[in-house]
Design a protein around this ligand. Sequence first.
Ligand SMILES: Cc1cc2nc3c(=O)[nH]c(=O)nc-3n(C[C@H](O)[C@H](O)[C@H](O)COP(=O)(O)O)c2cc1C
Length: 180
Amino acid sequence: MDFSELVKKRESVRKYSSRIVEQDKIDMCIEAARLAPSACNSQPWKIIVVDDIALKEKIAGLTYDNIVKFNKFVHTAPAILVMVMERANLSSLIGTQLKNINYRLIDMGIAAEHICLQAAELGLGTCMLGWFNQCKIKKLLNIPKSKKVPLLISIGYPENSSTREKVRKSFEDIKSHLKY
Ligand SMILES: Cc1cc2nc3c(=O)[nH]c(=O)nc-3n(C[C@H](O)[C@H](O)[C@H](O)COP(=O)(O)O)c2cc1C
């Protein structure tokens, strides 16, 4: 599969089959994150693989509540990757202060997309999750209070093999040439 095909194939999967994901495939996804670029090569991430059914169910239950229910589908995923934001190195921290740009969040986003693209190449589905009870998930996984968890990624074999048409702004909407 070439890159543009892969980009089209990657989509948010919200229904998974019960098939267990092979550990080596999860490891390939983590390896793709490891190789991701980051500001000043800071690599401010740690990824916790939650594939124990009971623990995964507890985490899935913390991605929705009585009011916001759209993440209920996470229960169908056989595994969840928990992206922990680690300390940046000094150069990246200084850059963040001076430029007022949160490079660590950018880094985490890139690493997350590396994971999702690698997963798609392996026939796996993923969904990035930005809505969850961070505090309770940190407690459950013994993540130090001082650290942030900006993102979870559900991962598993998709229930459905067809891909959707992407809903996106038009090309003209997002491209300009030489000026805004
Ligand atoms: C930072 C971030 C947070 C997201 N959080 C959620 C979420 O909590 N629940 C969900 O179902 N999808 C979530 N998504 C997936 C987006 O809804 C999805 O990427 C977007 O609608 C485009 O669809 P596609 O991924 O299928 O191409 C998130 C995506 C990103 C990048």
